[in-house]
Design a protein around this ligand. Structure first.
Ligand code: NCD
Length: 319
C-alpha cells in the first residue's frame, strides 16, 4: 500500500494540525476493527516482534497504561520508563535529544510525555529512525487524547459534523482541549462553547486556528449560559501543576462543577458527558451513574482501542 493510503505510517504524531478528517475516520475504522477481534480474543498479534519505549517525564495513569496495554494486546513489547528524571540518565543531566537517540536504537517507536511544551518535537527531531508519539507536552497538545475523545463522540453521535459542544474548565493550560478543538475544526458545521475562568481562557492562537477553519466559537462566562441540547459536555480539571501560586489555583479550581442538578437542568437525552481524567472535584460523584456519563467507561475503553489502531498504523505500512 503506498504511503498515501496510510498517512500515519512511520510518522511522528505531534499535533492535531497534521491530520485531515479522512485520516481520523481511517483511524476510527481501524479502531473498530481491532476492537471486534480484541473483544472476542483479548489480543490481536499485529505488532509481534515490535518494541515500544514509553518515556514519561510527567505523572500519568491512563495514558501510560493504556499505551502499555495497547502495545501488549497487539503482541508487542514495551520498555517502560515512568519518572525518568529520577531513574534514568536524565538525573545525570542527559538531554532529551541524547536520551531519544539511545532509545531509538532499542525500539520501533518512542511514546513521550513531558512537562515542557515542544519537547515531543525536539525528540522527534532527534529521532531519525523511529517515529515519536506525543503523549502530552506541557500545556501544548495531547493528540492521542483528542483521537480517543473524537472517537468517543463519533461512536455516540455517528458523525462529527454538525456537533454542538461545550468545553469547560482550564482551557488555557489544558492540552487535551487544545488538541480537541483543533480536531473538531476538521469537521463541518461545528459549534464550540467555551466556559472557563477569565484567567484560564482558550489561547487565542488555538481559537483562531479553529475559527479560520469554520468552527463557530462562543465564549460564555457562567453555567447558566450553557445552551440546551449540546451533543457533548467536555469537562476538565484546573491544571494545578501549571500554576505559579497555589493561592491562584485555589481561587479557580472549582469555578465550574458538573453536578447531577446541572445535568438534569441542561443536558439533553443524547448529551454525552466526558472528561479526560483525573477529576479532582469538578464532577460530583452522583453524575457517575448517569448513562450519559462516559468518562469512567467508554472513554477509557476507547482510549486503548484508538491507541492500538494508531500504533498499528504508525508501525505497519499496511496498517
Ligand atoms: C490529561 C493530561 O494529562 O493532559 N490526562 C490524561 O492524559 N487523560 C488531563 C489532565 O491531566 O487533566
Amino acid at each position: 500500500m503506498p504511503k498515501k493510503t496510510n498517512p500515519f505510517f512511520s510518522t511522528d504524531i505531534l499535533s492535531l494540525e497534521q491530520f485531515s478528517s479522512s485520516d481520523l475516520l481511517l483511524l476510527f475504522g481501524k479502531a473498530d476493527k481491532i476492537r471486534k477481534v480484541v473483544e472476542k480474543k483479548g489480543y490481536i498479534d499485529l505488532l509481534k516482534g515490535k518494541l515500544a519505549t514509553l518515556l514519561f517525564y510527567e505523572p500519568s495513569s491512563r495514558t501510560f497504561s493504556s499505551f502499555a496495554a495497547a502495545v501488549k494486546r497487539l503482541g508487542g513489547q514495551v520498555i517502560e520508563y515512568q519518572n525518568p528524571t529520577q531513574t534514568s540518565s536524565a538525573v545525570k543531566g542527559e538531554t532529551i535529544s541524547d536520551s531519544t537517540k539511545v532509545f531509538e536504537t532499542y525500539s520501533d517507536v518512542i511514546i513521550m510525555r513531558h512537562p515542557l511544551e515542544g519537547t515531543a518535537r525536539i525528540a522527534a527531531e532527534a529521532a531519525t529512525r523511529v517515529p515519536v508519539i506525543n503523549a502530552g507536552d506541557g500545556s501544548g497538545e495531547h493528540p492521542t487524547q483528542a483521537f480517543l475523545d473524537l472517537y468517543t463522540m463519533y461512536r455516540q453521535h455517528k458523525s462529527l459534523n454538525g456537533l454542538k459542544i461545550i468545553l469547560v474548565g482550564d482551557l488555557l493550560y489544558g492540552r487535551t482541549v487544545h488538541s480537541l478543538l483543533k480536531g473538531l475544526a476538521l469537521f463541518k458545521n461545528v459549534t464550540v462553547y467555551l466556559l472557563s475562568p477569565k484567567n484560564l481562557k482558550m489561547p487565542d492562537h488555538v481559537k483562531a486556528y479553529a475559527a479560520k477553519r469554520g468552527v463557530k466559537i462562543v465564549e460564555i462566562s457562567s453555567q447558566k449560559e450553557i445552551p440546551e441540547g449540546c451533543h457533548v459536555w467536555y469537562w476538565t480539571r484546573v491544571q494545578k501543576e501549571r500554576f505559579r501560586s497555589l493561592k491562584e489555583y485555589e481561587k479557580v479550581k472549582l469555578a465550574y462543577v458538573l453536578t447531577k442538578t446541572l445535568v438534569d437542568e441542561k443536558a439533553g437525552k443524547k448529551t454525552i458527558l466526558m472528561h479526560p481524567l483525573p477529576r479532582v472535584g469538578e464532577i460530583t460523584l452522583d453524575v457517575d451513574s448517569d448513562p450519559r456519563a462516559l468518562y469512567l467507561t467508554e472513554q477509557i475503553k476507547n482510549g486503548m482501542y484508538v491507541r492500538m489502531a494508531l500504533l498499528a498504523l504508525v508501525l505497519l505500512k499496511n496498517g
